[in-house]
Design a protein around this ligand. Structure first.
Ligand SMILES: Cc1cc2nc3c(=O)[nH]c(=O)nc-3n(C[C@H](O)[C@H](O)[C@H](O)COP(=O)(O)OP(=O)(O)OC[C@H]3O[C@@H](n4cnc5c(N)ncnc54)[C@H](O)[C@@H]3O)c2cc1C
Length: 392
């Protein structure tokens, strides 16, 4: 295959969008990313700049103030450009807002909720988080213990969440809570989703910021809810419909991770080719050792196969045909490839690969999350395996 895989996948309009995304990342992200990494936080000005550049909420219809770019290739372009600058942390922070929260508002929000939330989500004035995981419930969301009890026109929310991205820097969280009053594992109708705003919610506490091994520019935190009064108008979707809504919209979240993982594998491979072409040992370029060329040959094929597979999933998503099994396959494959490609690329850097100044070290640490977040590789294989077994 001599043609780059990307040639038929992206069309002229995507490449025009790439120019805008590249200009944005060069101006607003690249010069500051190291400082954000050290501060363990991206500033609000990044979000409002992204909003001003029209990069948030691409899928929001024009009638609601967005650009109506539901074609996921535009999101993929933005991820690729952020990853090319080494800013996977920014890409994933945007994912939470755009691929994990926004779909719920678009698919299940009332007209009133859309009017209230979409404009500030588009401008970056309302930054959102996904608050599903708890200390006792990660893979198994039926174990969620945060509870919401109806009291007139409000719900009273009590509980604790952990691992919440944008948890400190964000303004509101899409919280998964038990609404059937039960204890033990929840049934199919036992959980609901609420958008809970930090500023006007006494009892909404932010716990410690978790010290991650990679992706340090994005904040990840514990959240606490102590008798937080949430307006009934902030229930997103049907009471008791939380698990069904999550299953329905999870394909987009998993596709987003797959797209980012594929982009990390590609950009790490490219920077490794450059590095091995510059580095010399025993009087020759590291690139010219047969072992290096074999490694890079294998890695190139792996990256191209991954791109092709993920792009097929993007096409399926655009056609409304990406189900949970398809998205799980794409995330499983791309997440595991990002992990192995960054590991093998690090090896080709020798000792410098271990030094955080080098992009490969950052990519290695960052990509380790991609087989954990949004469904671990074990859970993904469970989903895929059940589908395989179901056909026998
Ligand atoms: C940096 C980071 C950011 C995150 N951001 C968010 C966020 O913004 N919002 C949010 O809600 N969550 C977030 N998460 C949580 C993430 O989605 C969970 O960590 C993940 O779903 C796994 O849950 P867990 O950590 O409780 O692991 P567990 O569920 O306890 O799993 C432990 C191990 O058991 C395996 N396992 C579990 N069940 C099975 C099974 N049935 N079969 C085989 N193996 C199984 C797992 O694969 C894993 O290897 C984040 C996590 C991290 C680390």
């Amino acid at each position: 295959m001599t043609e780059p895989v990307s040639a038929p996948f992206y069309e002229e309009e995507h490449e025009e969008f790439r120019e805008a995304a590249r200009e944005f990342t060069a101006r607003e992200v690249a010069p500051h990313y190291a400082a954000w990494d050290a501060a363990h936080r991206v500033p609000r000005s990044l979000w409002t700049a992204a909003g001003a550049a029209g990069l948030l909420g691409l899928a929001v219809p024009e009638g609601s103030g967005g650009l109506g770019l539901a074609d996921y290739r535009f999101r993929a372009v933005l991820d690729e450009e952020l990853v090319r600058e080494g800013a996977l942390g920014v890409a994933l922070a945007l994912h939470l807002h755009d691929d994990w929260v926004l779909p719920h508002v678009l698919a299940h929000g009332t007209d009133e909720q859309k009017q209230r939330w979409l404009p500030p989500m588009l401008t970056g004035e309302l930054v959102t988080s996904v608050a599903w995981t708890e200390p006792g419930a990660g893979s198994d969301l039926r174990g969620v213990r945060t509870r919401a009890v109806r009291d007139g026109e409000e719900w009273v929310l009590t509980g604790q969440k952990t691992f919440i991205g944008n948890g400190i820097s964000g303004d509101a969280a899409l919280v998964l809570a038990r609404t059937d009053g039960g204890t033990g594992r929840a049934g199919e109708d036992g959980l609901s989703l609420f958008l809970v705003h930090k500023a006007d919610s006494p009892g909404y506490g932010t716990g410690r910021q978790l010290d991650k091994m990679g992706l340090r520019a994005s904040d990840t935190a514990e959240l606490f809810f102590e008798d937080v009064r949430v307006p009934a108008a902030n229930l997103v979707g049907a009471e008791g419909g939380g698990l069904r809504q999550i299953r329905q919209l999870l394909p987009q979240g998993r596709l987003a991770v797959a797209v980012a993982a594929s982009a990390v594998a590609r950009s790490t491979l490219e920077s490794t080719v450059r590095y091995t072409a510059e580095r010399t040992a025993f009087g020759s370029r590291v690139l010219d050792f047969q072992h290096t060329r074999f490694e890079l040959a294998e890695l190139t094929v792996e990256v191209e196969v991954t791109e092709a597979y993920v792009r097929q999933a993007v096409h399926a998503f655009n056609a409304g045909a990406l189900d949970l099994v398809g998205a799980s396959k794409a995330k499983y494959w791309a997440g595991e490839r990002a992990r192995s490609v960054t590991d093998r690329c690090l090896q080709l850097h020798g000792g410098y690969g271990y030094i955080l100044d080098y992009p490969v070290a950052q990519a290695y640490l960052a990509s380790r999350l991609l087989t954990l977040f949004g469904g671990t590789s074990e859970i993904l294989r469970e989903t895929i395996g059940r589908d395989v077994a179901g056909g026998t």
